[in-house]
Design a protein around this ligand. Structure first.
Ligand SMILES: Cc1cc2nc3c(=O)[nH]c(=O)nc-3n(C[C@H](O)[C@H](O)[C@H](O)COP(=O)(O)OP(=O)(O)OC[C@H]3O[C@@H](n4cnc5c(N)ncnc54)[C@H](O)[C@@H]3O)c2cc1C
Ligand code: SF4
Ligand code: SF4
Ligand code: SF4
Length: 443
């Protein structure tokens, strides 16, 4: 059999989830990331540097399932195991108010740094720019941890920074999405020493990301596209309050807050196809998984809180010490309520639907799919194939501008098409109708 020597085929088959493992493992530093027309961020290989060693292909989690991941899916693939759960917030008000939800992730990182359990935290910040794009950094100070707060709902090859971690021999905590930890699990099988540099795995729950087309689209909506360097937040709970709206602005100037629901309205249009066939919403390989407290009772719904799922003994110890060190305020929570709030039953159903649709399109599936299909029930539904096809078509547009114009058309159409209207556009529709009614009355 002819085994591919590098990850080009993974990209061609739309199986790349932008984890960064291939760039981390490549000793020739031959792999970098490039945006596609549709806004994916895919690895490209510098053929001059590449020695065809095959390591990048071997480490890719879409091709080879890491041993840790394989072990983890035996118990409960869609939920993972939990030792205990909490809900709460960071004790430091600066950390809390600047955070996405409850600031638990950043408060925990600060605790680990202060107690010298780690020398740096691998975090992802949104850099100012034209357009703004995320950067991954080894944060070694409170200022850097704060600079990286809030969720970036876009692909980030976070594991690429393990090249720096290796060179500097840094013990780190890594904040990552489920696919980052799938990549890390594959790295463990090939380069155990590099894996061991990651002392703590702080996971985020992840339903999906949006391609970079979404950032550009939202900036266009703000009317600031021609204004040079911009700040960008997918969700800022200070505007107007938790969970927060998209906020865009020129540094040092007043920001523009996009209307309620704008981000969710374009989610489907910019979802990478690969996210549709990803099973691991709950980040089962993390020591600690953090998420929004959907479905939990008695939550601070104005300023936000985070739910915390403790999965390992190491995670449990760090959380307990962070509470004792007065970094975190936590209350007990129930894992069943957390998974219910995250709609894991629906995830299970939809995952199977998209996997069968992917297969139906004659495309190769990620290696892990073979281990999971037996754990789910298949309910045929043509809409999965339709949605997948639209995700797969993102890179078929002639330019980013044409893609954005087409999304704009879709959004407007769904506002006026009763059948396709989502909850947000329904709300706009209602307020439009009320305004028309008021104007008519005034006349
Ligand atoms: C792509 C994505 C999808 C998510 N989907 C869900 C969901 O479906 N349901 C849910 O309940 N919660 C989801 N979350 C998690 C939620 O949005 C919060 O991130 C989480 O509650 C932590 O909040 P916090 O206030 O403790 O974090 P903060 O203190 O604000 O810190 C956030 C940390 O996340 C890191 N980070 C941000 N974006 C990324 C990224 N793309 N990749 C790697 N690290 C990143 C930052 O570096 C920072 O360290 C998602 C997050 C992301 C990034
Ligand atoms: S085949 Fe080897 S040298 Fe070439 S890009 Fe992959 S890891 Fe790097
Ligand atoms: S290792 Fe990660 S970034 Fe590289 S091709 Fe595979 S999925 Fe993509
Ligand atoms: S849905 Fe899965 S593949 Fe997509 S970003 Fe989240 S963890 Fe990665």
């Amino acid at each position: 059999m002819n085994i591919p020597s590098d990850i080009s085929t993974v990209v061609e088959k739309m199986l790349c989830c932008t984890c960064g493992a291939c760039a981390a493992i490549c000793r020739q530093e031959a792999i970098s990331y490039k945006e596609t027309v549709g806004g994916h961020l895919f690895p490209v290989i510098d053929k001059v540097r590449c020695t065809a060693c095959g390591l990048c292909y071997k480490v890719c989690p879409s091709v080879n399932v890491g041993t840790d991941l394989l072990n983890a899916i035996h118990t409960s693939p869609f939920e993972g195991t939990s030792l205990e759960c909490h809900v709460g917030k960071a004790a430091d008000s600066e950390v809390y108010l600047n955070s996405q939800s409850g600031g638990i992730v950043s408060a925990l990182l600060l605790h680990l740094l202060e107690t010298r359990k780690i020398e740096a935290a691998v975090v992802s910040a949104m850099a100012q720019g034209n357009p703004p794009r995320p950067v991954v950094l080894c944060a070694e100070s409170k200022e850097q941890i704060l600079s990286a707060q809030k969720s970036k709902y876009c692909p980030i090859p976070a594991l690429e920074i393990l090249r720096e971690v290796r060179k500097r021999n840094l013990p780190v905590a890594l904040v990552g999405l489920p696919c980052h930890f799938h990549g890390l699990s594959s790295i463990k099988d090939i380069d155990e020493a590099l894996f061991q540099q990651v002392k703590y795995k702080i996971g985020l729950v992840c339903d999906r990301v949006m391609t970079y087309g979404a950032i550009d689209y939202l900036i266009k909506q703000s009317g600031l596209a021609t204004q040079g360097t911009l700040n960008f937040d997918f969700r800022d709970k200070a505007h107007p309050q938790y969970p927060g709206n998209v906020v865009i602005g020129k540094p040092g100037k007043e920001s523009t807050v996009l209307p309620d629901g704008t981000r969710n309205r374009i989610k489907n249009a910019f979802t990478p196809a690969r996210c549709r066939i990803c099973f691991d919403k709950m980040n089962i390989l993390a020591d600690i998984t953090v998420c929004d407290p959907h479905g939990l009772k008695d939550i601070d719904r104005r300023n936000g809180e985070s739910a915390v799922i403790v999965r390992t003994q190491k995670g449990r110890k760090s959380i307990r010490e962070a509470v004792l060190g007065k970094h975190l305020h936590l209350r007990k929570a129930d894992y069943n309520e957390i998974t219910k709030g995250q709609k894991i039953e629906r995830k299970r159903r939809e995952w199977r639907g998209y996997v069968e649709a992917w297969r139906g399109l004659g495309m190769d599936l990620p290696a892990i799919s073979a281990y999971l299909t037996g754990t789910t029930e298949y309910m045929p539904d043509d809409s999965y194939k339709k949605i997948l096809k639209s995700c797969l078509a993102l890179d078929a547009y002639a330019s980013r501008e044409i893609l954005m114009a087409s999304v704009d058309d879709l959004v407007k159409k769904s506002m006026f098409d009763k059948k396709n209207r989502d909850p947000f556009t329904s709300r706009i529709w209602q307020s439009l109708k009320m305004n028309i009614h008021r104007i008519k009355k005034a006349l």
